[in-house]
Design a protein around this ligand. Structure first.
Ligand code: ADP
Ligand code: ZN
Length: 518
């Protein structure tokens, strides 16, 4: 049977789990009653969609929002998963198709509005089709004290008893009282396995560094941690070999690991790493899934990871025992080009490639974050960190910053004057006054913003946009080929009600002429 990790990439097209997902997926797939509290946007749907594919029978998903159900069914269908919904928004044809799939026994996920549970015949239907799991989205709707109370949610407990199958409940908002109510009403008071951890791993020190002499940088990092177990992640198989050789040369015990090796030698490396102290494994991302070593003291990325999710998952292998662990992620212009090319050349459909670019952008935003990396990282996953963490390179030595309000306003204005319909490349052309064919064809060379950004060169402006993405002022829209959209947080800056500081180093390093006024 396909593993969760296989399905994650083959069906959903993601290279790594987001924080919390892996644990929840394995509990739900194993058929344990679960309650998971995750921030909005944290990726809850995957936590029942993926187990639905690993389990026998149909997974019934109760969700209060018809639009959301339709979105999910569409997404799953596009990914080749048999899913359907029974809602009041269905056309007759849609309903007929769902019933046909149920009768044929091919449907894996059946979405249902809670109201449907009250309809006659629903329980008989669900008994007949062989339900293997009930998933409840927005589980706080069962709480009478909340704002979102949905009386029909009270029928879910009944349904669970009648079908006698595991239930997985999800919500983004659950204070202690709401949680108790969920447990009482959905699980009859028998405590489910509950996931309410924050995503932070406070013992892990976070650091990024632009590539300078990358091999020297990795050797120096390892030298300062001689005798400790660590992992160095590389983008290519060839590089794992050369870097492992360089580390061995420098007197470390190191070996390479990648997907091109035979199963035997791979298992040997895994076993050695598990047992030996102080082994360094230089690997591609193929290494790590089966590795459960609690005392990995450091993780270094010799090349930029694929996405912000990949980054989190890979550094998260360090310090599982809770003792201090350190990380270093190197990144350079070549990495960015390589990762972009990998995405563009992948056989994935265009929306998925656009989403991959967006996740890469988020990682670049983290690489060039203006302040605390933990705030930026966890903010991306929806978890607010009120104070700078004091345990990352940027908290340790804050980067030099300048008032970037003017630059950000110019960038926003270029976006808005072109209808938020373009990606960074075209916007940078407008700002720097580069009259490309595309710029001329759309008449963008006569915009008031054309050429107002001559203080930075192209790469400088790209750095400005990366920082804006890192702060979630703008987001590339995966549905529209990465066209940048302005986020609410940018409005006060645009209106002159707020100012913003940008990091000087990455912009200035990219810009040949002295770029910034203090
Ligand atoms: P919510 O928790 O708000 O229900 P969703 O399940 O809609 O969130 O997920 C939010 C977004 O995160 C979606 O665009 C989804 O495609 C994306 N996502 C979920 N899991 C992953 C992952 N492991 N890697 C990358 N993106 C993911
Ligand atoms: Zn910090």
């Amino acid at each position: 049977m396909a593993t969760a990790q296989d399905l994650l990439s083959t069906v959903f097209g993601f290279d790594a789990f987001r924080p919390g997902q892996e644990e929840i997926v394995s509990a739900v797939a194993a058929g344990r009653n679960t309650l998971a509290i995750m921030p909005t946007g944290g990726g809850k749907s995957l936590c029942f969609q993926l187990p639905a594919l690993m389990r026998d029978g149909v997974t019934v998903v109760i969700s209060p929002l018809i639009a959301l159900m339709r979105d999910q069914v569409r997404g799953l269908t596009e990914a080749g998963v048999a899913a359907g919904a029974l809602t009041s928004g269905n056309t007759e044809d849609e309903t007929r198709e769902v019933f046909a799939a149920l009768d044929a026994g091919t449907l894996k996920l059946l979405y249902m509005a809670p109201e449907r549970l009250a309809a006659g015949g629903t329980l008989t239907l669900l008994r007949r089709i062989g339900v293997g799991l009930i998933a409840v989205d927005e589980a706080h709707c069962v709480s009478q004290w909340g704002h979102d109370f949905r009386p029909d949610y009270l029928r879910i407990g009944e349904l669970r008893r009648a079908l006698n199958v595991p239930l997985a409940a999800f919500t983004a908002t659950a204070d202690a009282e709401t949680r108790d109510e969920i447990v009482a009403r959905l699980f009859d008071g028998a405590a489910p396995e509950t996931f309410l951890r924050g995503f932070d791993r406070p013992n892990i020190h976070l650091a990024f560094s632009p590539k300078d002499k990358p091999r020297q940088q990795i050797l120096a990092f390892a030298a300062a941690r001689r005798g400790q177990s660590g992992i160095v992640y590389c983008a290519t198989r060839a590089k794992t070999e050369t870097l492992a050789a360089a580390l061995t040369e420098a007197g470390h015990t190191a070996c390479a690991y990648h997907g091109g090796m035979e199963a035997g030698p791979r298992r040997d490396v895994e076993a050695r790493f598990q047992q030996e102290d102080g082994l360094i494994v230089v690997a591609t991302v193929a290494f790590g899934m089966g590795v459960d070593k609690p005392d990995i003291r450091w993780v270094a990325h010799a090349d930029l990871p694929k996405s912000i999710e990949g980054y989190y998952q890979e550094i998260g292998r360090a310090g599982r025992d809770g003792a201090p662990a350190e990380t270093l992620t190197l990144y350079g212009a070549d990495d960015i080009r390589l990762r972009r090319a990998q995405i563009d050349e992948s056989p994935a459909p265009p929306e998925r490639r656009a989403a991959d670019h967006a996740r890469l952008n988020a990682l670049l935003g983290l690489a060039e974050a203006p302040g605390c990396r933990r705030q930026t990282l966890l903010g991306y996953f929806g978890e607010a960190v009120p104070e700078p963490c004091g345990h990352c390179d940027l908290c340790g030595s804050p980067p030099d910053r300048f008032d970037g309000t003017e630059a950000v306003r110019k960038a926003l204005s270029a976006m808005l004057r072109t209808g938020e319909s373009f990606g960074t490349g075209h916007l940078v052309d407008i700002l720097t006054g580069t009259a490309t064919e595309k710029v001329r064809a759309r008449g963008h060379d006569s915009l008031p913003t054309f050429g107002v950004g001559r203080e930075f060169d192209r790469r400088g402006w790209q750095a400005v946009f990366r920082q804006m993405m890192g702060r979630d002022l703008v987001r590339p829209d995966p549905e529209r080929h990465g066209a940048l959209r302005m986020m609410e947080a940018a409005r006060p800056i645009l209106k002159g009600e707020a100012t913003i500081e940008l990091r000087r180093d990455t912009i200035a390093a990219a810009t040949a002429r002295p770029a910034v006024k203090a």
